[in-house]
Design a protein around this ligand. Structure first.
Ligand code: IMP
Length: 187
């Protein structure tokens, strides 16, 4: 049985055209490598993966299926983009984690590090709770867009400073369910 989701090469979302940047097969290959690397580095550490909602939900679900060591899972929910294609520059916390993370190894899971505002904000909150260690994994990273310092320990793909969609990432709340990652097609 073929469990792959079919999706077109170009899509229209909220009136804008997008084209495929990263095909689902490429995403899965890279995420499998990331899962294997993290499993090796965290053997016997029982890390807590903390996903940053909403954008990380699909990446987190796939990544965790490639992690083969004992681990736990929790979520933060942040909002920074509003419904625009440019970061609002403000972060609002909408859901805190439930886990007691003092003395634990934490792996924060982001969909994308753009300006670094959200990751920087969350790392500061997490570090105040005295974990044993904090690492950041992000499927995508726009290195040229960075404005707030963050060390991204595990990066899936470095991409240009262009707006992307799909595989958890939205444009005004739509498009998260697309199986590939698409990039805005300005032509
Ligand atoms: P940052 O705080 O500027 O690094 O951006 C963090 C959040 O903005 C990400 O977790 C995404 O939810 C959202 N974001 C950043 N770039 C994009 C994009 O190209 N498409 C969709 N959402 C994005």
């Amino acid at each position: 049985m073929n469990s792959k989701t079919q999706a077109p090469d170009t899509v229209i979302c909220n009136g804008k055209q997008f084209k495929i940047l990263l095909h689902q097969d490429e995403l899965q290959r890279r995420i499998a490598e990331m899962g294997a690397e993290i499993s090796k580095n965290y053997k016997d550490k029982k890390p807590i993966f903390i996903g940053v909602l909403n954008g990380a939900f699909i990446f987190m679900a796939d990544l965790l299926r490639y992690v083969d060591i004992p681990c736990e899972v929790d979520f933060y929910k942040l909002s920074s983009y509003g419904d625009e294609k440019v970061s609002s520059g403000m972060v609002t916390e909408r859901k805190d984690i439930d886990a007691d993370i003092a003395g634990r190894h934490i792996i924060l899971v982001e969909d994308i590090v753009d300006t670094g505002l959200s990751a920087n904000y969350i790392i500061n909150i997490v570090e105040k709770k005295k974990p044993a260690s904090v690492a950041l994994v992000s499927l995508l990273h726009k290195p040229d867009a960075i404005k707030y310092h963050v060390d991204v320990d595990y990066v899936g793909f470095n991409i240009e400073t262009l707006f992307v969609l799909g595989y958890g990432l939205d444009y005004a709340q739509e498009g998260r369910n697309l199986p590939h990652i698409y990039v805005i097609d300005e032509n």
